[in-house]
Design a protein. Structure first.
Length: 328
């Protein structure tokens, strides 16, 4: 065998294991979620962002945004006055009608419709009965949502409400310590919870039949100080929670750099799913939504990346054999 042919054969033999190893690596999962899910303009914007990037998102819906004036008067969260909500209510029936259309079309497009409870109260001291009451209000509000504004509901709506809403995220990421919230989630038919915070990107854990996800701490800024991977936390760090449009471009670049660094670390490493959270509010002039748009445009089209909802991520993670049981 000639020296040149031998060299070529050795090169191929060395390349094949590397290619096989790359092919065996799991896809990098990116899980984007939105809390509140109210502003109709941002419903459209997020759905368009997803469509152009072959992505699916998770929408954690606050049910007071489907309550009109009549419903507002009857809503009472645990340990709160009747008619109170920390995030307000819908402003009109027309607003609710448009929101229902967005929710339904997002569902048809493959997005995850999930629960953020109703009035956005801190439930860290709530009992199982308190959580169950709030979940029941969420369920009843969605069951009657179309009828409440004089619309005929689409075929399949009741099935979505009864069987298709599988996830929950606690307002303020404020979950009850112990088993009360988890027990109430199980009774309400949820299969996953996304209320935890983890030291970095982490695999979900199973706790008493509920799969629990956590938003990660990620390095951010010149000193790479860890921060929860969520727009509101960036808003507080960057501008102390005060709107600052003058520095919007700088905040966008910082957020994008943090998101991309967190992605790159997992993509080149163990490929732990990257979770990032947002709200239906364009803080600091839309800096964080623009950073999100840049990220999904950069990574979601890659063959070895999947930008998926929580519901889609669960079987992909289970296939990897990485789901663990926790004693949290």
């Amino acid at each position: 065998m000639s020296r040149s042919l031998l060299s070529a054969c050795l090169s191929v033999s060395l390349l094949v294991p590397a290619v096989a190893e790359a092919a065996d690596r799991p896809k990098q999962l990116v899980i984007i979620s939105f809390d509140g899910a109210h502003d109709n303009a941002l419903w459209l914007k997020s759905r368009e962002m997803a469509a152009k990037n072959s992505a699916h998102f998770t929408y954690f819906l606050s049910c007071t945004f489907l309550m009109n004036e009549a419903a507002k008067k009857t809503y009472q969260a645990p340990h709160q006055k009747r008619g109170k909500s920390n995030v307000g209510f819908a402003q009109s029936d027309d607003e609710i009608r448009e929101r229902l259309g967005n929710i339904w079309h997002a569902h048809l497009e493959g997005h995850d419709i999930s629960s953020h409870a109703c009035g956005h109260f801190d439930g860290r001291l709530w009992s199982e009965a308190d959580w169950s009451a709030e979940y029941a209000t969420f369920h009843a509000t969605l069951k009657n949502a179309w009828k409440s504004v004089g619309l005929e509901e689409p075929a399949g709506w009741q099935d979505l409400v009864d069987h298709g809403i599988k996830g929950f995220r606690a307002p303020y990421l404020s979950a009850t310590a112990g088993a009360d919230m988890i027990a109430a989630e199980k009774k309400a038919g949820f299969t996953y919870d996304a209320s935890l915070v983890t030291k970095g990107p982490a695999m979900p854990v199973e706790e008493d039949g509920i799969i629990r996800f956590g938003l990660p701490l990620i390095p951010e800024g010149p000193n790479e100080k860890p921060i929860i991977g969520m727009d509101y936390n960036l808003f507080v760090r960057h501008s102390k929670g005060e709107e600052d449009t003058a520095d919007s471009a700088e905040f966008e670049d910082r957020a994008y750099a943090a998101f991309k660094e967190a992605f790159d670390k997992q993509y080149a490493g163990n490929r732990i799913p990257l979770q990032l959270g947002f709200h239906f509010v364009e803080m600091n002039g839309g800096a964080y939504w623009r950073a999100l748009d840049r990220l999904v445009s950069d990574v979601c089209h890659r063959d070895d990346v999947a930008c998926v909802s929580y519901s889609e991520a669960i079987p992909m993670i289970e296939d990897r054999g990485k789901l663990q049981t926790s004693g949290l």
